[in-house]
Write a protein that binds this ligand. Sequence first.
Ligand SMILES: [Zn+2]
Ligand SMILES: [Zn+2]
Length: 99
Amino acid sequence: MERELVCPVCGKVFRSRWGAQRFCSAGCRRYSYRKNGISHEESAGGTESIRTFYCARCGKKVDVTDIRDRRTRFCCSHCERMYWKHPRKDKKKTDQNQA
Ligand SMILES: [Zn+2]
Ligand SMILES: [Zn+2]
């Protein structure tokens, strides 16, 4: 059963062929998610955590709870910097001295 919906991104009226569809096209859907800084497709559906991941550098578990929080791989900018500086090299823990 089709319903007529208005795309919240471009305002176009379109027919939804499946209940969960909110946008007229994948492009509008991506645009909306990018604008909000979150991806519903990746979220597990919890109310508190938008997404959870483990820092690619230190392995710390990170719960992202703020929509504006763009982190997806690292717990902090320090980890991100260190990761790209020293990719895949597990030296001693020298990062604490370089803060
Ligand atoms: Zn649209
Ligand atoms: Zn980290």
